[in-house]
Write a protein that binds this ligand. Structure first.
Ligand code: GLN
Length: 533
C-alpha cells in the first residue's frame, strides 16, 4: 500500500479568505485525477465542538453521519467531494486538550510534566494521521483554522513543522492562502501583507510550498515573480485565486492555475487521469443558465447571518440546478412575523421553508408562517424545529388545542404535542448529548415522501432533543395529518405530511446535510419543483 500524502492549508493576512473552499476545490481536482482524498479541519478554539456555539458566533453546526457536530467547512467538503466525513475530520483545541488531560489523569505520562510540546503537539499529530492510517485515503488535506500568527494556532503550526521534519519531503507539503490586496489610490496590487504572513509562518519553522493568493484582480507576471522571490517559492507555485461568482467555480479556476499539477509534482504523484469535472460542469451549466425563477422564503431566527443556514442555502442551489431554476431565497426573520403582517410578507413566495432552531425566540412567527403555507396551499418544507412548528400549528388550528406547544417552549402546556425524548430526560450536559447523526426512517408507501425518495427505507441525519408525542398520533391522523415516515425500531415520527395540500412535508431530520453537487437531495429537488408549479 502506498503511503498517505499530507497537505496542510494555512491562512495568512486575514480570516475569511476561504481556506475551506480552496481545500475542497483542490481535493475535488485530485479526486477527479483518481486519488482517494479526504479533508480535515483543525479548529483552534477551546470548545470541544461547535455544537454548543451560538450560530451567530460560528454559523451552522454541520452534522456528520456518525453524529459529530462539526464546523460548517465539513459541509463544503462533503458537497464538493460527494463522500461523507466523520468525527475524525474535525478536531478542536478543546478536544486535543481533553484527550491529553484524560491521559494525564490515567497516569499515562508516567510522572512527566505535561507540556504543549511534546504532549499537545503529539496529540495533534496523532489526530492528523488518524485518517491517513485508515488506509482509505491516498491524500489527506488538513485545513488549519484561524490565521498564522494567532496565539491559538501556534501548536498546530508547530505540529506541522515536526511532521515536515519527520516525513519524507515529498510526502508532505504546505499551501498558504493569503491576500494580495488592490490599492485603488496606488493603482496596484500589493505583495507586502503576503510577505509578512509568510515571514510569520517561517518564524515558526514552516516554509510554504505553494501560495494561493486571493485577489480582486489578476496577478501579472511581475507580481508572481516578486511573490515567488520574496517568499521563496517557485514561480509556478504562485496560484491566483481571483474572486469568483460562485464557490462552485473555484475548482475550475484552480484547474486553470494548475494548482493540482503543482501539488502532484511536489508530492511525487503521477496523474492517473486528467480532471474533467464532467458532472460538476454539467451542474454549473444548469446552475448558471436557469430557465425559471422561484421565490423561496426561509423563515428563521438567525437570518441576519446566512452562514447559520449554509447547508439549506446550498441544498437549494443544488435543487435549483436540477430544475434549471434560479432559487431566490428571501431571508425572513420569524420574530418579525405577526398575524397582521404575514399575508403581506409572504404573499409573493412560491415556497416556504421553516428552519431548524432552538428555544422560544421567534417561534410564534414560525407557526404563523406554517399556517399561511398550509391554508394557502403553498409548498412547505419544515426542517427539524420547522417540522415541530408544523405539528403545533396543526394541533392549534385544526385540532383546536389552542395552547398546544413543545415542552421546549412551554413546560406547562396542556397539549405537549412535541415532547422531550425519553432518553433525553436524565441528560444534564448540553454538549454532544442530542439525538445525533444518521438514523433510519421507514416511509409509508402511499406518502408524498415515498414518491420523492422512491424507496421505503431511508437514512437521514439528526440533531434534536424533542420529538412528536405519539400519545397524539391518532388525533392527528383522524384530522388529516399523515405520518409519512417513522423510525422502524422506536416508532419515533420522522416525517409528517398534510394530506389535503399539494406539497406539505415536515421532517424531524436535516436533509440539507446530505445534499451534494453530484447528489442533490430529492426532498429539496421536489420542493423546488413543486414551488415552480
Ligand atoms: N429544538 C428542537 C429540538 O431539540 C429542534 C432542533 C433543530 O431544529 N435542530 O428538538
Amino acid at each position: 500500500m502506498s503511503k498517505t500524502k499530507y497537505i496542510f492549508v494555512t491562512g495568512g493576512v486575514t480570516s475569511s479568505l476561504g481556506k475551506g473552499i480552496i481545500s475542497a476545490s483542490l481535493a475535488k481536482l485530485l479526486q477527479d485525477r483518481g486519488y482517494r482524498v479526504t479533508i480535515q479541519k483543525l479548529d483552534p478554539y477551546i470548545n470541544i465542538d461547535p455544537g454548543t456555539l451560538n450560530p451567530y458566533e460560528h454559523g451552522e453546526c454541520f452534522v456528520t453521519e456518525d453524529g459529530a457536530e462539526t464546523d460548517l467547512d465539513l459541509g463544503h467538503y462533503e458537497r464538493f467531494l460527494n463522500i461523507p466525513t466523520s468525527q475524525a475530520n474535525n478536531v478542536t483545541t478543546g478536544r486535543i486538550y481533553q484527550a491529553v488531560i484524560n491521559k494525564e489523569r490515567k497516569g499515562e505520562f508516567l510522572g512527566k510534566t505535561v507540556q504543549v510540546i511534546p504532549h499537545i503537539t503529539d496529540e495533534i499529530k496523532h489526530r492528523i494521521q488518524i485518517l491517513g492510517n485508515t488506509g482509505e485515503y491516498d491524500i489527506v488535506i488538513t485545513e488549519i483554522g484561524g490565521t498564522v500568527g494567532d496565539i491559538e494556532s501556534l501548536p498546530y503550526v508547530e505540529a506541522v513543522r515536526q511532521l515536515k521534519w519527520e516525513m519524507d519531503s515529498n510526502d508532505i507539503m504546505v499551501i498558504h492562502l493569503t491576500l494580495v490586496p488592490y490599492l485603488a489610490a496606488a493603482g496596484e496590487l500589493k505583495t507586502k501583507p503576503t510577505q509578512h504572513s509568510v515571514k510569520m509562518l517561517m518564524q515558526s519553522g514552516v516554509a510554504p510550498d505553494v501560495l494561493v493568493c486571493r485577489t480582486e484582480r489578476p496577478l501579472n507576471d511581475n507580481i508572481r515573480k516578486k511573490l515567488a522571490l520574496f517568499c521563496n517559492v517557485d514561480t509556478n507555485s504562485i496560484i491566483e485565486s481571483i474572486d469568483a461568482e460562485t464557490i462552485y467555480d473555484v475548482p475550475n479556476l484552480m484547474l486553470k492555475e494548475e494548482l493540482d499539477k503543482v501539488v502532484l509534482k511536489k508530492l511525487d504523484l503521477k496523474s492517473k487521469s486528467e480532471p474533467k469535472l464532467k458532472r460538476w460542469n454539467e451542474f454549473l451549466q444548469r446552475f448558471k443558465n436557469p430557465k425559471n425563477t422561484v421565490e423561496i422564503g426561509l423563515i428563521g431566527k438567525y437570518v441576519e447571518l446566512h452562514d447559520a443556514y449554509k447547508s439549506i442555502n446550498e441544498a437549494l442551489i443544488h435543487a435549483g440546478a436540477v430544475n434549471e431554476t434560479k432559487v431566490n431565497i428571501h431571508w425572513i426573520h420569524s420574530e418579525n412575523l405577526t398575524e397582521e403582517n404575514v399575508p403581506e410578507k409572504l404573499k409573493n413566495l412560491n415556497g416556504i421553508i421553516v428552519a431548524p432552531g432552538f428555544g422560544g425566540r421567534g417561534i410564534e412567527g414560525k407557526i404563523k408562517a406554517v399556517q399561511y403555507a398550509r391554508e394557502n396551499k403553498i409548498p412547505f418544507l419544515g426542517i427539524c424545529l420547522g417540522m415541530q412548528m408544523a405539528v403545533i400549528e396543526y394541533a392549534r388550528n385544526v385540532l383546536g388545542y389552542k395552547d398546544a406547544n413543545s415542552v421546549e417552549m412551554d413546560i406547562d402546556t396542556t397539549h405537549p404535542v412535541i415532547n422531550l425524548m425519553e432518553e433525553q430526560k436524565e441528560i444534564t450536559n448540553k454538549g454532544g448529548t442530542m439525538r445525533l447523526g444518521a438514523w433510519d426512517c421507514k416511509l409509508e408507501k402511499d406518502s408524498k415522501s415515498f414518491s420523492v425518495y422512491k424507496k421505503e427505507l431511508i437514512s437521514e441525519r439528526h440533531r434534536h432533543r424533542y420529538e412528536f408525542n405519539n400519545d397524539y398520533l391518532e388525533d392527528f391522523k383522524k384530522a388529516g395529518l399523515k405520518i409519512a415516515g417513522k423510525n422502524p425500531k422506536t416508532g419515533l415520527v420522522e416525517i409528517i405530511e398534510v394530506s389535503n395540500h399539494p406539497w406539505f412535508i415536515g421532517v424531524q431530520f436535516h436533509p440539507e446535510y446530505k445534499s451534494t453537487v453530484l447528489n442533490p437531495h430529492p426532498l429539496f429537488v421536489d420542493f423546488v419543483k413543486a414551488s415552480l408549479c
